[in-house]
Design a protein around this ligand. Structure first.
Ligand code: 5GP
Ligand code: ZN
Length: 104
């Protein structure tokens, strides 16, 4: 937990759409699709580049949670994305998965 990190703070205090041990989902404040959610781990890692810092069972549970959150939102078709690095669009340096869907 880093007090200066927005997503560490949102993990603790945010409005969670769904949660499981070690992971939460929130709605993106600036949605780029009819449904735009973010899944983030409690454990602070700066980006997907450091994915190896997560224990394998946590990585598996995180990905299963991404799929569960999409299903709970009623999404059948959706996109999962991670921006890695500023020039790829990463603006928050705490690993998070974008789930975008809800197009008709
Ligand atoms: P990135 O650009 O790092 O891939 O994704 C960061 C995402 O976080 C952006 O889509 C942005 O709209 C979202 N975001 C930034 N600040 C907040 C906030 O305070 N609350 C929520 N729910 N989302 C945020
Ligand atoms: Zn953080």
């Amino acid at each position: 937990m880093t007090e200066s990190c927005l997503f560490c703070r949102l993990y603790r205090d945010g409005d969670h759409v769904a949660a499981t041990e070690g992971f939460v989902a929130i709605r993106d404040i600036n949605p780029q699709a009819p449904v735009h959610l973010l899944v983030l781990p409690e454990r602070h890692i700066d980006s997907f580049r450091e994915i190896g810092e997560l224990p394998p069972d946590e990585t598996k549970r995180m990905l299963e949670f991404v799929a569960d959150v999409a299903a709970r939102e009623g999404l059948t078709d959706y996109r999962v994305a991670v921006n890695v690095g500023p020039s790829a669009g990463q603006t928050v340096f705490h690993l998070h998965w974008h789930i975008k869907g809800g197009w008709s």
